[in-house]
Design a protein around this ligand. Structure first.
Ligand SMILES: Nc1ncnc2c1ncn2[C@@H]1O[C@H](COP(=O)(O)OP(=O)(O)OP(=O)(O)O)[C@@H](O)[C@H]1O
Ligand SMILES: [Mg+2]
Length: 269
């Protein structure tokens, strides 16, 4: 008696989710009005999975802001391409939220109106956008500032409002360019904790630029170290320490030394 035919074995295929952000051999050359050229970045390739928290660490002038501006859609690469969710970046989009170093709130709008700006542009009704702005201000720990103007807020409060504003369009990707650099150490530590809570609660993908090695180790799952002249990826280091991360822990100290080494003499705290 012959054996019953067996069903075909399913093909063995590793299920690897496509990265949210793909940067392929990107270069950028700035040209001045006098025709002078600066190659800010050259041959930068990166793939960042959905939900990751990645820090870009590098000395001044290595092209971190240029790279972030290209991902945000404010600057077009001179060559190479950038894909978000498989689609080429062709300009700014509400699916990419941006927080800058300098408090970039609109000074003529209240905190609540700043947060509601993106939803207003997207056509959300007044009552709904007010309610969602208030909920986001509460999320960043500012339940009572909706009617205050930016000039009436401290630096830390302004950056919290800027984070709430960046979250208001429910972006897939949060791009942050040294958002805490101008803050005192205590406010910076509080905002780092809050950002980690938001990342965990909202499962956003975060790309965070910093000069600060300890900040990168505190925040990231992965640190991309860049080198200057022109800007390139010098190292790609996984940060697999449990959270919260004590700066005095042996793992933290070892990673600090490794990243400082990758940064070379230009490493900064
Ligand atoms: N608009 C511009 N026109 C000409 N050159 C520029 C322009 N913006 C940046 N650059 C040059 O491109 C290079 C990268 O600058 P970028 O601002 O991206 O560096 P960065 O890593 O963000 O530096 P920092 O840490 O100081 O913010 C630098 O040499 C800079 O002088
Ligand atoms: Mg910069």
């Amino acid at each position: 008696m012959s054996a019953a035919p067996q069903p075909a074995a399913p093909a063995l295929r590793a299920v690897v989710p496509a990265p949210l952000l793909e940067i392929e051999r990107v270069a950028h050359v700035y040209r001045s009005a006098l025709g002078e050229e600066t190659t800010a970045l050259d041959g930068v390739s990166l793939a960042i999975p959905r939900g990751a928290f990645v820090c870009l660490l590098g000395p001044s002038g290595c092209g971190k802001t240029t790279l972030l501006n290209m991902i945000a859609g404010f600057v077009t690469p001179s060559s190479g391409r950038i894909l978000v969710g498989g689609e080429p970046v062709q300009g700014p989009s509400p699916s990419r939220g941006v927080v800058f170093q300098d408090y970039s709130l609109f000074p003529w709008l209240t905190a609540g109106q700043n947060v509601a700006f993106g939803p207003r542009m997207a056509g959300l009704g007044a009552a709904k956008r007010r309610a969602s702005a208030q909920a986001l201000l509460e999320l960043v720990g500012l339940p009572n500032v909706a009617d205050r103007y930016p000039a009436e807020l401290s630096g830390g409060m302004k950056q919290r409002v800027a984070i709430a504003r960046a979250l208001a369009t429910d972006p897939q990707l949060l791009l942050m360019d040294e958002p805490f650099a101008a803050l005192d150490a205590m406010t910076r530590a509080a905002l780092q904790r809050q950002l980690l809570d938001i990342h965990a609660a909202r499962s956003k993908t975060v790309l965070f630029v910093t000069h600060n090695i300890a900040e990168a180790i505190t925040l990231a799952d992965r640190v991309i170290v860049m080198s200057p002249n022109p800007g390139r990826v010098a190292a790609d280091v996984a940060i697999d320490l449990p959270r919260p991360r004590a700066r005095t822990g042996a793992g933290f100290v070892a990673l600090y030394a490794r990243l400082a080494d990758a940064l070379g003499a230009e490493g900064t705290e």
